[in-house]
Design a protein around this ligand. Structure first.
Ligand SMILES: Nc1ncnc2c1ncn2[C@@H]1O[C@H](COP(=O)(O)OP(=O)(O)OP(=O)(O)O)[C@@H](O)[C@H]1O
Ligand SMILES: [Mg+2]
Length: 273
């Protein structure tokens, strides 16, 4: 897969509550997509606190700070990771102080999008919470992935973030990703509850796109600072992420912005409800 004529698809990964696995999932999803032939730009948008470079074990000279301040162009601001992903790492620069201003963020994203024309996907790892910056980027993305874990606080904050996203406009295409599920019954239960609640109170049921199991291989891969595919490609978490990457790639091949329209994929079968 290589993008010659089309513009890249932008995928935002966000969550209401922090620490639910956005960065780990973004890192491994980007790696899985690249291993399947896509050209992927992974953007660490957790300005100042990002850790994609730690997960990948790379020392970065430049990153989003230098790119935002126009010190270097995109091709010099990225660091190419072992699996082929280009990382626009989180480096701090005073320019990013303005990122709280949504107009600045909108322009930055627009610039990334136009400079990243030779990529198939731009995957954005956000800071957690209901910030206007993340919400604006989610609205500007082709797909927003709302990550939750099976805990009341994560579900409640995730619901709040979804409500916030819809309050800013109903054009956002947002799907649910359940991380750290103990088993498929738990993932199905959460998907159904979330769908019921969002349908009943917002008139807009959220589709569950994937479930990633709780898996000890995730901790091992973080410790080894390597993608799951290198540490334990047969692990349940790696398989789920790889399948989800396939779904996203196929949706893109068929010209769909959202993977919701793919009906028979095993990665989503458990959670679609
Ligand atoms: N599927 C999983 N199985 C087991 N552990 C997991 C899984 N996903 C995430 N974790 C654990 O959760 C921790 C937090 O993950 P991560 O840093 O990606 O969260 P985050 O949402 O990006 O946090 P922040 O909001 O601070 O940016 C990881 O260090 C890892 O130990
Ligand atoms: Mg993170």
């Amino acid at each position: 897969m290589s993008n010659s004529a089309r513009s890249p698809r932008t995928i935002s990964i966000l969550s209401g509550k922090g620490g639910v696995g956005k960065s780990v999932v973004a890192f491994n999803l980007a790696d899985a997509m690249a291993r399947q032939g896509a050209k992927v730009l992974l953007v660490d948008a957790d300005f100042g606190c990002g850790n994609q470079h730690l997960l990948a074990n790379v020392a970065v000279e430049f990153g989003i700070g230098e790119y935002a301040s126009r010190q270097v162009p995109l091709r010099e601001a990225v660091t190419t990771l072992a699996g082929g992903v280009d990382l626009l790492a989180s480096t701090w620069n005073e320019t990013l102080g303005e990122a709280r201003d949504v107009t600045f963020t909108a322009k930055l994203l627009q610039r990334i999008h136009s400079d990243a024309r030779n990529y198939d996907f731009i995957l954005i790892d956000h800071a957690s919470g209901r910030s206007n910056q993340a919400a604006m980027m989610a609205h500007a993305s082709d797909i927003a992935l709302l990550l939750v874990i099976p805990e009341l606080t994560s579900l409640s904050d995730g619901y709040g973030l979804y409500k916030h996203l819809l309050s800013l406009g109903d054009s956002v295409d947002c799907g649910l990703v359940i991380n750290r599920a103990q088993n498929s019954d738990e993932a199905t239960f959460i998907a159904e509850q979330f769908q019921l609640l969002t349908e009943r109170f917002m008139g807009r049921p959220i589709a569950a796109l994937a479930a990633i199991p709780e898996d000890e291989s995730v901790r091992r891969s973080i410790g080894a600072q390597s993608p799951l595919a290198q540490i334990d490609s047969q692990s349940a978490a790696c398989q789920a992420i790889t399948q989800f990457a396939t779904v996203l790639l196929q949706a893109s091949e068929f010209g769909n912005s959202s993977p919701n329209t793919i009906k028979n994929d095993t990665a989503t079968a458990d959670t679609r409800g």
